[in-house]
Design a protein around this ligand. Sequence first.
Ligand code: 3PG
Length: 307
Amino acid sequence: MKKVLVATEKPFAAEAVSAIREIIEKAGYQLELLENYTEPSQLIEAAKDADAMIIRSDKATREVIEAAPKLKIIVRAGAGYDNIDLAAATEKGIVAMNTPGQNSNAVAELAFGLMEMAARGYYSGKGGTELRGKTIGIHAYGNVGKYVASIAKGYGMEVYAYDPFVKKEDIEKDGVTALDSVEELYSKCKYVSLHIPANDKTKKSIGWNLLSKMPKNAVLINTARKEVIDEQGLTETLEKRPDFTYLSDVAPDSASDLKTKYEARCFFTPKKMGAQTAEANINAGIAAAKQIVNFFEKGDKTFQVNK
Ligand code: 3PG
């Protein structure tokens, strides 16, 4: 009997686990659950006899992959797969997949929750500002970026986007102004919402160079990855620009320093919570379970990311 390991250091909502279990057991496979684990060694141990694995931001390192001789497929229930050692997976003939789009609305809603909170002075009772009529720049127009655009339009914001991998006409048919350069996006927009993946090209790519260009009372919202921020450049921006605010889902490495020095202009969630909704967990969990069944039963490799 095939064993499907669901390894989530940050567990799925209970309804998502039930839905995953139903799909896996209906296919005649066995589900093993490893939740709230604290040590990588626990993941390595649990992966030893797994044929398939569903993970979230859990780290599928070379060590995990090499400890799992039966493993054929890893599905990241979510968008970003920077937590999978793709080279190690490919070497072992393991298919790695993500479930694009399934948790995107949850992330987009959190971006607005963060923006609204900061605009209203962190709900301290003091006066604030509105989002209507303000400029927002969407940095990367993928699944999350599209939801951000649709919510921003509901708020009555002026919406811009930059994405070198999406045709301008595809952005503009959503009523969003597509810009030609990243510099233009940062120069134009008071709010910039980051939706780029973390990879060799994007890591540390957002720093003083771009942030210094933003208009007065600029706000950067990062619900993507902490790794895309050049923390030195971010610190420099907070230091030199008393009008700049940084809101992030997941704290940067220098969080305690930044909080001490710039408390009123920084907010970090204690744990990555963009996709931490029942709906996102159910959507991504069900998609992951179905992808595994379709892979074993039909050889379906749609959503493979290590081709
Ligand atoms: C993603 O890449 O899908 C999001 O960052 C969500 O990550 P999570 O599943 O760890 O919450």
